[in-house]
Design a protein around this ligand. Structure first.
Ligand code: AMP
Length: 430
């Protein structure tokens, strides 16, 4: 991508230049060169950008440059992010870019006790990076106030809405002072996102980093039509290939993420799962082990993998297709970081066929179909009701079946589940 601006042209203050040199950054990424001048002038901003574009530095650098020191310390910058991992990463970026400035920041998120977070806040911070739930909790307990906020960043807005944070976000925004600079980032745009942006921003600068298609185009994508029971065997076959070195596998549910990871471990492929039910420590460890190559495969749900900055992922494998096509773009984008190419394999069973249609419509391309041992014509040709998942509660009821008590309902769906269960292979441990 063409980008000739140097950091020198952005007129950053020496402590920031020094930090960038220390990080080894020489040239700003496109979103940085497009956003920083306007942000330094005090403009609001709407940025359409995924992680991996350099968007974090695009907002942190101007904020650090514009913030004014005051005593005692008070929270002047608030960054809201959907996940703990992303919050922690943004915190690390504040440490890196702000190393030669005197501001203090802290990160707060749920899932861990609030004691230490409250203690840090009581010593005073200039910058707060937070997930919405914990922030509201602490606000309700009057442990912190947002009345002195000068800079507000809403990161990954689309994911925030997907995760059902809209009411929390609105409550938080209602407590911010009117006079402030607001920055809004989202990987995708939708009417709902646009509506939220409008309520938040005042005559904003519009910046689009890598248009989605560009990222998608750089990734080699393949579809494997396969029946659900054969997916584990197919995964195992694929993972035997030497060039698959560091693989992020996506499932739709936490349960499936655990199941796939334990299947791989039983078959001697180092693997771990991350999802919302894992403790923060377990997640941090899983990510660290994956980054260092100790585990070869990380199995994740969409939400858990969101915003995690892992470079050198050789392959993304969609063990299950996402039911929202935008998530497909997010998922496969994990393998083409920092301008490198990547590969994405997607497994598609008959009941996921309609998801695939939606994805191909969104990315405006047909994904190449792979020939393989477990190929399923049924999956490839599924249409109508057969191309959609059976709603869980209707799964085992035909029109003619008599009404049954709730207890029996459970056992019926249990039976249906059993019917779909993969047959145990003689070589693979399921
Ligand atoms: P982000 O999109 O903010 O998650 O950033 C993605 C990655 O790019 C992070 O690992 C940053 O450290 C890195 N990065 C950000 N800006 C630059 C730059 N100007 N030059 C080189 N790397 C960068």
């Amino acid at each position: 991508m063409e980008n000739t601006t140097s950091f020198k042209n952005l007129n950053l203050i020496p402590p920031l230049e020094k930090a960038l040199t220390k990080q080894g950054y020489t040239v700003p990424t496109p979103i940085q060169s497009k956003s920083i001048p306007g942000l330094l002038q005090g403009k609001d901003l709407i940025g359409i950008a995924q992680t991996g574009t350099g968007k974090t530095a695009a907002f942190i650098l101007p904020i650090l440059q514009k913030m004014t020191e005051r005593h005692p310390r008070e929270i002047k910058t608030l960054v809201l992010t959907p996940t703990r991992e992303l919050a922690a990463q943004i915190g690390e970026s504040f440490s890196a870019y702000g190393e030669f400035l005197k501001y203090k920041h802290t990160v707060i998120f749920g899932g861990v006790g609030q004691g230490r977070q409250v203690q840090t806040l009581s010593h005073g911070v200039d910058i707060l990076v937070a997930t919405p739930g914990r922030l509201l909790d602490l606000m309700n307990q009057r442990i912190l106030t947002l009345k002195n906020i000068e800079f507000f960043v809403l990161d990954e807005a689309d994911r925030m809405l997907d995760m059902g944070f809209i009411h929390d976000i609105r409550k938080i925004i209602s407590k911010l002072p009117q006079k402030r600079q607001s920055l809004f980032f989202s990987a995708t745009m939708s009417p709902q996102i646009n509506k939220l942006a409008k309520t938040l921003l005042n005559n904003p600068l519009h910046v689009e980093a890598t248009p989605q298609a560009t990222t998608v185009e750089r990734i080699k994508q393949y579809i494997y039509f396969v029946d659900t029971p054969a997916k584990e065997k197919l995964l195992f076959e694929l993972l035997k290939q030497k060039h698959l070195t560091s693989i992020l596998v996506f499932t739709r549910t936490k349960h499936k993420a655990n199941k796939v990871a334990s299947f791989l471990c039983k078959n001697n492929i180092s693997s771990d799962a991350i999802h919302g039910n894992k403790s923060q420590n377990a997640r941090t460890k899983a990510i660290k082990d994956f980054k260092t190559g100790k585990t070869k495969v990380l199995v994740a749900t969409d939400i858990a993998a969101r915003g995690i900055d892992i470079e050198n992922i050789s392959h993304v494998i969609n063990f299950e297709l996402p039911n929202e096509s935008e998530s497909y773009v997010h998922r496969i984008g994990r393998t083409a970081r920092a301008g490198t190419d990547g590969t994405a394999y997607s497994f598609c069973a008959a009941e996921e066929r309609s998801y695939l249609n939606d994805i191909e419509r969104l990315i405006r391309q047909k994904i190449e179909v792979m020939n393989h041992t477990f190929h399923s014509e049924t999956a490839q040709n599924a249409v109508g009701a057969a191309a959609k998942p059976t709603p869980k509660n209707k799964r085992s009821f035909s029109k003619n079946r008599p009404k049954i008590a709730p207890k029996n309902k459970r056992s019926f769906s249990g039976n249906a589940k059993y019917k779909n269960r993969p047959k145990r292979s003689s070589i693979l441990k399921a």
